[in-house]
Design a protein around this ligand. Sequence first.
Ligand code: PSV
Ligand code: MN
Length: 423
Amino acid sequence: MRINKTAIDQHNEANYQEHRQKVDFIHGQLNDAEALIQKLIDFNVAIPSWALGTGGTRFARFSGAGEPATLQDKIEDVGLIHALNNSSGAISLHIPWDIPSDYNAIKQLAAELNLKFDAVNSNTFQDQKGQEHSYKFGSLQHTNKAVIQQAIQHNIEVIQHGVALGSKALTVWLSDGSCFPGQLNFRKAFQNTLDGLQQIYATLPSDWKVYIEYKAFEPNFYSTTVGDWGQSLLYANKLGPKAFTLVDLGHHLPNANIEQIVALLMMEEKLAGFHFNDSKYGDDDLTVGSIKPYQLFLIFNELVEGMDARGMNHATDLGWMIDASHNVKDPLEDLLQSVEAIMISYAQALLVDRVALNEAQQNNDVVAAQEILQNVFRTDVRAIVAEARLRAGAAINPLQFYRTEQVRNQLINQRGNSIASGL
Ligand code: PSV
Ligand code: MN
């Protein structure tokens, strides 16, 4: 299904008056609203191919209907989101969940929908049908060289799929670790993993990057071989200039100061980018900004400060991706909410008065520094984000459009009760 442009125009016309009033109000308060709007128009967040169907827990999965059954359907779903918000112009594939059967057809479909292929993700955390060796006790860390070789080969194949599609990065998340004390020799596990990553790294095309994603726990609950940003940074530094650390917001121990991690990774020029989501307890994979919106803003505050300090292009120099699971919501609605939360935090971070903040920091004026950040966080920038969408031909209110046009019902009519493949 494709979104009818005339329907978007009608939606925008119907909402225009109210929108104009809100935009005029905020526009007048901003120094350089036009530059801000342009940055918002340019900013895109990739949608993961594994998040387009209803997710589940280890207890149950309550699937929806009209879910994408094929990779083509998934690309069409991302196309729907992008048509509505103009901020989701890329899809991130997980292999082997989403192996393209016909590269050209897939690429053509993506091009028609204005979508790019973001980082490709490898999977050595599950055993696939017919797989020779099991990953039960890890992949690259394994005591058996044959398992390591199999995992290396898989990553190389993932790179090849990515090359055929035009991706420029491989994301490696390893579930490797141990469940009980004594199970693993930490040093050997690290060394094996590094050796394996080095062999994968050696096959990267010259214009590619590898993102090393860390996670504190789960599925292993005693140790994880890429358990935190320090370990990921160790691997990335040892691998070389094409290796970076990927931050998934749900992969930290409780109360970790993620914004500080982000600032330091940027300082070291080793920040790959993000898997955005939100969480209350662990890797909850909840809607971005639904639990800790202030933390999200503080992360973007560091990102904007760090990117500007290094003269980086906000839109293209880091990898922006969502990694969420939608167990009780319509996945497309949830993704629209997540992208909106990201755009709001990004817009707010762009509004921070850097000169005033720097001065407050220099003078140890703690109160002023806090006021500067909180004033921005309490500014309602939703109309400016909507204005960026409007100017790019997308919908003033994507979620409202999605509901009034009954997009899910249209998908159900088309696809029936289909359940998403993959996760
Ligand atoms: C692991 O929890 C993770 O965050 C990694 O990015 C995986 O690729 C993804 O979720 C899907 O399992
Ligand atoms: Mn992730």
